[in-house]
Design a protein around this ligand. Structure first.
Ligand SMILES: NC(=O)C1=CN([C@@H]2O[C@H](COP(=O)(O)OP(=O)(O)OC[C@H]3O[C@@H](n4cnc5c(N)ncnc54)[C@H](O)[C@@H]3O)[C@@H](O)[C@H]2O)C=CC1
Ligand SMILES: O=C([O-])CC(=O)C(=O)O
Length: 329
């Protein structure tokens, strides 16, 4: 194999998502079965030993595509030469923490990481932020990286997208592969809006196939939007393997493209489309081709959808204003 390995930096490498993610990156699921990778892992000092243990296990897999693993506690080194960056490590909300404290603690992580990406990453860097609050953390990192094109900073709503497809398949008896053109709009939070009005199930309009507006409003949307909390309740820990899987899907689709006639959902800097203020990192329907994404244009947004998109965007505006107030952007 003569291809130059792609440098993939993963933060929070010793965490539960990191553990589910790294083996799939190393086995070729992130970029393709013919693309060699070098892993650059970033942890805080307390996480280094566990990251070393994971690196030992990665070695023990003898993955043909894995061409090296380096572990750092300095973002400037971890992002040096990075082509793909998966920003997973974040400060979770703990008891008694206000939202402002959470945003501020995460600002202390994502601002320096954004600057390190700005100063050290490769010119073709693509960034996916997974750590919550993902959209606003992505905004903080992007604002700290003025030399990197803003559109390279994305936030993960692919898990929500996959969850919505799975719920639709369960409800209708369709196969997940028959469900296309589903959209998650807005924030990766309980305000997100999973939109089926343009979705298709085996080529037919999904809303018509379901034919049950009450189910959509009272079951489907809350089930998808609150799935993260339901997983925590059931598992005693937040979703990890499904989040890692969605991160793989997000980057794989961004790099390798969406299928003809389909689209996906990504949190991306708005260009003002669909009335979402420019610059906010909000989830949109996008198609991907040749390593670039484009917002799907011209969709008719009905009143039901408009109110829900606006509510999620209002939350993103509040988060943006809060981090602006804190001097983080
Ligand atoms: N966008 C999405 O759909 C989803 C996002 N998440 C979020 O992903 C994040 C990670 O989740 P888990 O892996 O379960 O958490 P975890 O707590 O198991 O692991 C986080 C890891 O990040 C490390 N870390 C903390 N600060 C760091 C820094 N400054 N630099 C490098 N590493 C750092 C910690 O030491 C820890 O090992 C959380 O914020 C979680 O809420 C989880 C599921 C879905
Ligand atoms: O709430 C969390 O930390 C996990 C999360 O984002 C999700 O499962 O969607």
């Amino acid at each position: 194999m003569t291809r130059t390995p792609v440098n993939v930096t993963v933060t929070g490498a010793a965490g539960q998502i990191g553990y589910a993610l790294l083996f799939r990156i190393a086995s070729g699921h992130l970029l393709g079965a013919d693309v060699p990778v070098r892993l650059r892992l970033l942890e805080i000092p307390q996480g280094l030993k566990a990251a070393e243990g994971t690196a030992m296990e990665l070695d023990d897999c003898a993955f043909p595509l894995l061409k090296g693993i380096d572990i750092f506690d300095d973002p400037n080194q971890a992002f040096d030469g990075a082509n793909v960056a998966l920003l997973v490590g974040a400060r979770p909300r703990t008891k008694g923490m206000e939202r402002g404290d959470l945003l501020s603690a995460n600002g202390g992580i994502f601002k320096p990481q954004g600057k390190a990406i700005n100063d050290h990453a490769a010119d073709d860097i693509k960034v996916l932020v997974v750590g919550n609050p993902a959209n606003t953390n992505a905004l903080i990192a992007q604002a700290a990286a003025p030399d990197v094109p803003a559109e390279r900073f994305t936030a993960m709503t692919r898990l929500d997208h996959n969850r919505a497809i799975s719920q639709l398949a369960k409800k209708t008896g369709a196969d997940v592969t028959d469900i296309k053109r589903l959209t998650i709009w807005g924030n990766h939070s309980a305000t997100q809006y999973p939109d089926v009005f343009h979705a298709e199930i085996a080529g037919k309009n999904a809303a018509e196939v379901i034919g049950d507006q009450a189910w959509l409003a009272d079951e489907f949307i809350p089930t998808v939007a609150k799935r993260g909390a339901a997983i925590i309740e059931a598992r005693g820990a937040s979703s990890a393997a499904s989040a890692a899987n969605a991160a793989i899907d997000h980057v794989h689709t961004w790099v390798n493209g969406t299928a003809e006639g389909d689209w996906t959902s990504m949190g991306i800097p708005s260009d003002g489309s669909y009335g979402v203020p420019a610059g906010l990192i909000s989830s949109f329907p996008v198609t991907c081709k040749d390593g670039k994404y484009e917002i799907v244009q011209g969709l008719d947004v009905n009143e039901f959808s408009r109110a829900r998109i606006d509510a999620s965007v209002a939350e993103l505006i509040e988060e943006r204003d809060a981090v602006r107030e804190l001097g983080l952007i």
